[in-house]
Write a new protein. Structure first.
Length: 156
């Protein structure tokens, strides 16, 4: 009788299909960046009239930090260097629609001009931490913004 130790990598090649009693829940992954320049955090207003951090969908095989850098450049025209992972949380949009959100603290490149608004958003804004905390946006973003401000303050 064949055991799991005998399968190796060829068990699937021979047609073996393990019994699945539980199907894992799959979620899209969205990678966001908290970018603070001159004490102001960069935010975008989306089609739901909520403010959000710049970022987007993680592509298959893409490094999450590089995804944050790419998405911020695409959405705002800013070049950033992704720093530490700040938070990971599940955002419940609607029944059956959840997203895993990863947020990175990001450093803007020197000489970064005014942010641009891409076709994906309605508006771009730069806000103080206190003002951002009062905006209509998911609590996970607010938590990430506050955490990045704390991290930046500890670097001084």
């Amino acid at each position: 009788m064949e055991t799991s130790a005998d399968w190796g990598t060829s068990g699937y090649d021979r047609g073996f299909q393990p019994a699945m009693t539980h199907r894992p829940q799959l979620y899209p992954v969205s990678v966001k960046g908290v970018v603070v320049r001159a004490g102001l955090v960069l935010l975008l207003r989306n089609e739901r009239d909520e403010w959000e951090l710049p970022g987007g969908k993680l592509e298959l095989g893409e490094d999450p930090a590089r995804c944050a850098e790419r998405e911020i450049a695409e959405e705002t025209g800013w070049t950033v260097a992704a720093g530490p992972l700040i938070d990971a949380w599940q955002y419940h949009i609607a029944d059956g629609a959840d997203v895993l959100v990863l947020t990175y603290g990001c450093h803007p490149a020197t000489g970064t001009g005014e942010p641009l608004v891409s076709h994906e958003h309605r508006e771009v804004g730069l806000f103080t931490g206190a003002a951002a905390a009062e905006l209509r946006m998911p609590d996970g973003y607010k938590r990430s913004i506050a955490a990045w401000y704390r991290e930046l303050a500890s670097e001084i």
